[in-house]
Design a protein around this ligand. Structure first.
Ligand SMILES: [Zn+2]
Length: 368
């Protein structure tokens, strides 16, 4: 049986949704649990199942063995394990990296296991459910070396409305791109940016330079409310146990991963813009004044015939069902999923933010 390329793409996009990259709320909850479990404990041993996971050379990894963990912190989407002697283990889970807490000395799972950190209280396992092994750790000496790994995004929960606006307008981008750019804002990725924009009732492709003052105020509030609400929810869900499912797909989300499902605010089917390995979800009624967002190449293919509203799209689909002339070139109708559209510029990238204490200066252009 011939499998259509679009079907394979769909599978890949869905696979990403089942493994969304951990963002600020997820990483915060990991940090809190790890600090409770490991604070004051000595790291006895680090076992590497994959040599590729370690992305630093000096100091050697064995230098951290026998050191006491003094604190945990978050650097954007990374976790920072702070040890005695000014040693820091920085861990980026990327998309599919996950942490598991097991009894001391637990074996590293075959295939998925990348490394084990053995403490007296238990063993922390790093797994990655993806053939592309992208999660990494770096051992660095000194806080400056930690700060050098910070892409420089503003901490969204610490930022005043004024600081938020200054950063937001520092470059002219679509809102989706601005929120997920780790050099602009720290810890926000594809999932929570969808939720934030829905809460703010703003289009993912609205330009930062064109926002009114009232819209900036709404967006700033939505960033705070969304991230705080989700951090609380993930905390509650994890309870006293280790947050094993912190980053699983969340059915409670309003629009993210909800293509075709009713918007919880207005029941309009959630729409999407697909690009590369990701997709943006939005509600046309709540966020774009009823407009469907099209991509440039598809619009060209349709000779500018892209429906401007859901109603128009439904009319065309009805006409097609009744045998009328369809205006959709084969395989390009909005119901022929999934399609490639111009996303809000480039796909959201991995992001990052502060070491165990304080923040460094903002650095631009460093993205990992
Ligand atoms: Zn809606």
């Amino acid at each position: 049986m011939r499998i259509r390329h679009s079907a394979l793409r769909h599978v890949r996009v869905m696979a990403l949704f089942s493994h969304p990259m951990p963002e600020l709320p997820d990483v915060t909850v990991y940090v809190e649990h790890l600090e409770n479990l490991l604070g004051g404990q000595v790291l006895r041993n680090v076992r590497l199942a994959s040599p590729f996971v370690l992305r630093s050379v000096a100091p050697p990894l064995r230098d951290v063995e026998g050191r006491r963990l003094t604190a945990m912190s978050r650097l954007g989407k990374r976790l920072v394990f702070c040890f005695e002697e000014n040693l820091f283990l920085v861990l980026h889970l990327m998309i599919a990296g996950r942490l598991r807490w097991r009894k001391a000395g637990a074996a590293i799972p075959k295939k998925l296991g990348l490394l084990a950190m053995d403490f007296d209280a238990g063993t922390l396992l790093l797994t990655e459910a993806s053939p592309k092994k992208r999660a990494w750790i770096r051992l660095v000496a000194g806080r400056e070396a930690v700060q050098a790994l910070d892409p420089g995004g503003l901490e969204p929960l610490a930022a005043s409305r004024e600081a938020f606006e200054t950063r937001l307008r520092s470059e002219n981008h679509t809102l989706k791109r601005a929120l997920t750019d780790p050099t602009l804002f720290s810890g926000i990725g594809n999932a929570y940016s969808d939720e934030i924009l829905h809460a703010a009732k703003l289009s993912p492709v609205a330009l930062t330079s064109r926002l009114s003052e009232a819209e900036v105020t709404r967006l700033h509030a939505a960033v705070r409310d969304t991230l705080l609400e989700w951090t609380d929810r993930l905390r509650r869900d994890a309870g006293d146990g280790f947050p094993e499912k912190v980053t699983a797909f969340r059915p409670e989300m309003a629009v993210h991963g909800k293509y075709g499902k009713p918007c919880p605010a207005c029941a309009t089917p959630v729409q999407r813009i697909v690009y590369a390995d990701n997709e943006t979800n939005y509600c046309p009624t709540c966020q774009t004044g009823g407009k469907l967002l099209a991509d440039r190449s598809l619009s060209r293919l349709l000779h500018g015939d892209w429906p401007k509203s859901l109603e128009e799209m439904e009319e065309r689909k009805d006409a097609a069902r009744e045998g009328g002339p369809s205006t959709w070139p084969s395989g390009t109708s909005p119901s022929a999923a999934p399609r490639r559209e111009r996303g809000p510029s480039s796909p959201p990238r991995a992001s990052p933010s502060p070491a165990c204490r304080g923040r460094g200066e903002r650095r631009r252009g460093r993205r990992v």
